[in-house]
Ligand binder design. Structure first.
Ligand code: NAD
Length: 262
């Protein structure tokens, strides 16, 4: 498929996991990809592996002063920016009664603050009213927004905030005549480093007795009877960011094999 031919995409948190796979997938579909992350070594390596249609830049998504440079660098290298994927995020799984305030604040700072800043600067940069050419922004919310599972209070709260920001941004982008579409994804259990840590945390908390019990629970609860891969998420991201979705804005799409349904 070449449904992203000629597009230029900025992807945050693209050194590893879902973000790295979105970068690979988008490049296969004809896009040029600008990767940002705080993990410099992994970020450089991922960009190098993708090749000359990829570039990497160090950026912490919760650092507002660094956001204009992300767009400037991307435009200097690839000439424009049509797509922004606000993917960077961190995970803390903890009972509300046990969660340290410092950890809660860090989650809010990265998962909510990072998306807020991406929207704030992305919508300005891309807005037609501002001299931009329009575009598509995609935020990574989570199945944790849709369900109320033990241990996901703090993390889920950040992902519900991402959902709300997505929907208000979609409306504001339209009201400003910005020509920018804003959507989000609710991935379920996706095999990445984050998911490994989350599984370990649930075992440490005693929510599941062992890894096998956790795996069996997940499969039993998932209509499509498997966990997800970063490629599953990348395919949904590609659709929502392509012109095939040109009349779609303000939606959240589950990529969870049906797990959140019940
Ligand atoms: P991951 O931990 O594998 O990768 C996240 C990347 O973000 C890392 O490269 C990390 O260095 C980077 N990052 C962290 N803090 C950053 C910051 N302040 N600035 C810039 N980069 C930063 O995680 P993943 O599983 O690929 O998750 C990607 C996104 O998808 C996250 O927003 C996550 O919450 C969301 N998500 C993941 C799952 C899952 O099951 N894996 C499910 C639902 C939603």
């Amino acid at each position: 498929p070449n449904n992203l031919q000629g597009k230029v995409a900025i992807i945050t948190g693209a050194a590893n996991g879902i973000g790295a796979e979105i970068a690979r997938d988008f490049e296969h579909r004809g896009a040029k990809v600008f990767l940002t992350d705080i993990a410099d070594e992994a970020g450089e390596a991922t960009a190098k592996e993708i090749g000359s249609n990829a570039a990497f830049m160090h950026h912490n998504v919760s650092d507002e002063a660094g956001w204009p440079a992300v767009f400037e660098q991307c435009e200097a290298i690839f000439g424009k920016a049509d797509i922004l994927i606000n993917n960077a995020g961190i995970e803390v799984t903890a009972f509300i009664t046990e969660c340290e305030l410092e950890d809660f604040r860090k989650l809010m700072d990265v998962n909510v603050g990072g998306v807020f800043l991406g929207l704030k600067h992305g919508m300005k940069q891309m807005s037609v009213a501002n001299g931009g050419k329009g575009g598509a922004i995609l935020n990574l919310s989570s199945m944790a927004h849709l369900i109320a599972s033990v241990g996901f209070g703090p993390y889920g709260a950040t992902k519900s905030a991402v959902d709300k920001l997505t929907k208000v941004a979609a409306v504001e982008a339209g009201a400003l005549g910005a020509g920018v579409r804003v959507n989000c994804l609710y991935p379920g259990i996706i095999d990445t480093g984050m998911q490994d840590k989350l599984g370990q945390d649930l075992l440490t908390m005693g929510v599941f007795p062992d890894a096998q019990a956790l795996q069996e629970y997940v499969i039993a609860r998932t209509p499509l009877k498997r966990t997800g891969t970063p490629a599953d998420v990348a395919k949904a991201a590609a659709y929502l960011c392509s012109d095939e979705a040109e009349f779609i804005t303000g939606v959240g799409m589950s990529v969870d094999g049906g797990m959140a349904l019940g």
